[in-house]
Design a protein around this ligand. Structure first.
Ligand code: PSU
Ligand code: MN
Length: 288
């Protein structure tokens, strides 16, 4: 695999699945601009990761990103189908798992995303576990995230991270956040209140283990959604998505249903947390 590596020394990785599949079509370019600005404002170098015509790139340029946005459809690549998409010379949007794989190869140590994939609900009836979890055990990247998407089984996902030996630390929180919701029933392994302290720990831990560090940063209060409200919307989104929300489409289909039936409240929450994570990731990178 020939990786085009344009990462600069203070690179912060950003994923393309969030841009292409996580927000409605048409909103991706504006989100890309604001993520870039958030990283720069905090003193680091925004580095979009994705696949352009079969070439994996750390640091997509404006033209390449524009071509991904303009393509009729861009497949979502996790660590299982990435190689096939490269071989077929396809474009691809990278999820947390593949953004980490390419970031690690490019030497990028910090990555900002929205929410991690994890263990889907009803796993006793139907097992669906995101490739993100296995990637966290394999690639040495500090991932700044607002926890795991509220549509997953958050407590089981937290347990799975423990099984995989992935440390989960909270930035100014003791609880493991659940994406649009600031708290869940699960805890973090340790709390950090100071960015320089957190950056020192993450840097040392990446070097010590060769695995990821999860840095959990709750959605800003101003854009948080209550657990009760989330439960109501999610039950309705699951009903509406029934049958369509399978396999790789499960996450994008449910997110789109939530954005629609909350009149955009979940989308605004998603954008706010993604930007806040980009900003925190940049501060951590600058402090390393
Ligand atoms: N967070 C968001 N929006 C998203 C995702 C995360 O705010 O669209 C994406 C990430 O790329 C994550 C993926 O890796 O969803 C997980 O998908 P799956 O459950 O199919 O592994
Ligand atoms: Mn899945």
């Amino acid at each position: 695999m020939h990786l085009v590596n344009r990462a600069r020394p203070l690179a912060v990785a950003l994923e393309t699945t969030l841009l292409v599949h996580g927000v409605p079509r048409g909103e991706g370019p504006a989100l890309a601009d604001s993520l870039r600005a958030a990283v720069r404002a905090a003193g680091a170098d925004p580095t979009f990761i994705g696949v352009h015509a079969g070439t994996p790139i750390a640091g997509l340029n404006e033209r390449e990103l524009a071509e991904l946005f303009a393509a009729p459809s861009v497949p979502k690549a996790n660590t299982s189908n990435l190689g096939i998409l490269l071989y077929r010379k396809s474009h691809a949007a990278t999820t947390v798992s593949t953004t980490m794989e390419l970031a690690a190869r490019a030497g990028v140590r910090v990555f900002a995303t929205g929410g991690l994939g994890g263990v889907h609900k009803n796993f006793a009836a139907h097992l669906d576990i995101s490739a993100d979890l296995a990637a966290l055990a394999r690639f040495p990247v500090a991932v700044v995230t607002s926890g795991v998407k509220s549509l997953l089984d958050v407590v089981s996902t937290r347990e799975a991270l423990e099984t995989l030996g992935v440390p989960v630390v909270g930035f100014r929180t003791d609880r493991f956040p659940a994406f649009y919701v600031r708290e869940s029933d699960a805890k973090v392994d340790a709390r950090f209140d100071d960015i320089a302290d957190l950056a020192r720990f993450a840097d040392a831990e990446l070097t010590r283990t060769g695995r990821a560090v999860v840095i959990a940063n709750p959605v800003p209060e101003s854009h948080a959604i209550s657990q009760q409200q989330m439960d109501t919307w999610l039950a309705e989104a699951e009903r509406r998505a029934a049958g369509n929300a399978t396999a790789r489409d499960a996450t994008p289909v449910l997110l789109a249903e939530l954005h629609a039936l909350s009149n955009g409240a979940t989308l605004r929450s998603n954008l706010a947390l993604a930007l806040d994570n980009a900003s925190l990731a940049a501060k951590i990178r600058a402090a390393m």
